[in-house]
Design a protein around this ligand. Structure first.
Ligand SMILES: NC(=O)c1ccc[n+]([C@@H]2O[C@H](COP(=O)([O-])OP(=O)(O)OC[C@H]3O[C@@H](n4cnc5c(N)ncnc54)[C@H](OP(=O)(O)O)[C@@H]3O)[C@@H](O)[C@H]2O)c1
Length: 213
């Protein structure tokens, strides 16, 4: 498969690109800084230069892909405006590009709390509102979507065991390794199409947990 990961230098994105490339997939990562290209090549991925905020359309990057993944984020240090231009605007642009170019599959890294953004405190409010609106847009897009809402991300080593829940409202940690492994499984097995689920570290092997969605 040819997969285009938007936010290709992100911590989860690099892990996912590495997993895809190791299995012989064409793993393309969209980055806005040429200085990051070697990090993508080091995991076997193909860097694609583009900017989610400043490029009018992402069609040229998405064209030819079998699936797209939204793994970008403005980050905790950013202001409210960039939550709108990256977390919402970038995700919307990616969905539009998928539709324009005939790419059916869209996998979104969302977040716990996006089901109730009004309950969030401080800067989490604008972030979760942006995530909620982006998720709504993708759900209404007609694409074959999967919305993955991880808990608090950690850099602990992955365990390959998770807790996946379509009932929303939980909390807990999850290693980025395991988020990447779940995204990889969702993409390569076409699991969880048209589903939204929360993801935490847990006791259930990933394939088994996804089969129950
Ligand atoms: N932290 C948590 O506990 C948590 C929990 C649930 C969900 N999440 C979500 O999970 C996502 C992925 O996590 P992560 O740790 O892998 O994120 P990350 O390492 O912060 O990666 C985000 C990536 O987005 C890229 N990006 C920002 N603006 C861009 C633009 N205009 N064009 C292209 N790329 C752009 C950044 O690139 P630059 O280097 O160019 O800025 C960065 O590589 C987060 O963004 C967040 O929305 C986080």
């Amino acid at each position: 498969m040819d997969i285009l990961v938007a936010g290709g230098h992100g911590k989860i994105a690099l892990r996912l690109l590495g997993l895809l490339a190791a299995q012989g997939h064409t793993a393309r990562g969209l980055i806005r800084s040429p200085a990051q290209a070697d990090d993508l090549r080091a995991v076997g991925a193909i860097p694609v230069l583009g900017d989610l905020e400043n490029d009018e359309t992402l069609d040229a990057y998405v064209k030819g892909a079998d699936a797209v993944v939204f793994a970008a984020g403005a980050g905790p240090g950013s202001g409210d405006a960039r939550k709108r231009t990256v977390d919402l605007g970038g995700a919307v642009k990616l969905a539009d590009a998928a539709r324009n170019t005939g790419v059916r599959r869209y996998v979104m890294i969302s977040s716990i709390g996006a089901d109730r953004p009004d309950a969030a405190a401080g800067s989490m409010g604008p972030y979760l509102h942006a995530k909620a609106e982006a998720d709504d847009y993708v759900r209404a897009s007609g694409l074959d979507y999967t919305i993955v809402r991880p808990g608090s991300l950690t850099d602990d080593p992955g365990t390959g065991r998770v807790r996946i829940s379509v009932e929303l409202g939980s909390r807990g940690p999850v290693p980025r390794d395991d988020v990447a492994a779940v995204l990889f499984a969702v993409l390569t097995t076409r699991a969880a199409i048209d589903a939204t689920f929360e993801l935490f570290t847990g006791d259930t092997p990933i394939a088994e947990a996804l089969a129950a969605v």
